[in-house]
Design a protein around this ligand. Sequence first.
Ligand code: ACO
Length: 366
Amino acid sequence: MAASSEEFSVNANEAIRISLVQPGPNNRLITKHEFHPKFTYPIVGEAEQIFGYKGLEVELLFAAHDLRPHLQCSYVKKFDTVGTTSALDLNKTFGNFLPPTAFQQGFESEVLDDSKAAEWTPPGVCVKKYTRGGENFEVWAGSLLDMPMRTLVDNIQIFIVFFIEGGQFINLEEVDWTLDRWRVYLTYQKASKTPTPNASPYLFVGYATTYRFYKFQKPPKDHIPISFPPTETITPNTLPSRVRISQFLITPPYQSSGHGSALYQAIYDQVMADPTVLELTVEDPSEEFDKLRDMNDFDNLEPQFKAINLKIDTSPFASMDRGRLKRVPTARLLPLDQLQAIRSKNKIAGRQFARMVEMYLLAQIP
Ligand code: ACO
């Protein structure tokens, strides 16, 4: 009887285990957090199965502070070929998603003996500190041009594939390093004490990347333009720009505790503080991210809508029959000038702002 392919396959989401580790007592690594990926189809294919192994365990270790990675695979049995199908080459497959350092020997001793870890700080500068459940957290921000930041992003990008459906890698080979347009935001827990003197107090929580691009400005009505720049051309940081959130991730152990909101607000505060940035936008947001963004934008805008006593002016309807209702211009129903002023002051993108206005108006219905 022919063997079924399930006999020679394992579920990739179960077989792959991600561990954030740091030096512990007795010169051994301890696992601070352990979790499985949500998606593996971009790595192993649509069925999320790894063919050719029995009892396979793919352990992906990351130093909890600087996120240097290490891949460790073990199995009970390997079936080199079954019929015409060969076992998945794990190193080659993961090599497309991890830096070459992930496949080198000596990870454990390097992390255990890293005398600089205790002094290590995340790349960039600290832009926010907050506490949750009695623990301290920090958000650090810096340019992707900084080598330590670039290395860290390279180490961790596999998380984008693991946790964001359809998430895109930043192709670090193709980034134009002459333009400083990418910024990275990192959230870390900062422990008040460490398990051993050479362990870092910093534990990775999540990160986001943003990039900026030129925002085309409508010229004044009486201005006759000679030539228009393209609307989404990359420009230096002094020109009026949009900032776009590209990747945004809070690791599973820290989700649903307000860390996503804190990270989003940290990015938003930076955008608000930069006079050359006119708008914050998001690339391909997931449903969960939309919810987080709505929640935060609404909290910010609600008092401002209240202050202008925002409501629909129904008086234009009074003198009309049903057939003409559709033709009432929005400007007669809502204070569009005041709304536009709030929108540009808060640097919210047009469609998102319209959603917030709609949410507010719906919330006013008794
Ligand atoms: N204490 C407790 N709970 C809180 C607090 C707080 N202080 N603040 C907010 N919450 C609640 C919220 O009410 C919300 O409620 P819910 O559980 O009913 O949804 C929930 O916590 C989520 O809000 P946050 O905790 O702020 O968000 P979180 O840290 O979980 O981050 C995110 C959300 C980013 C979507 C995260 O789940 C994640 O990374 N998911 C996987 C990857 C992903 O989808 N990323 C976005 C892709 S889109 C893009 O990259 C542009």
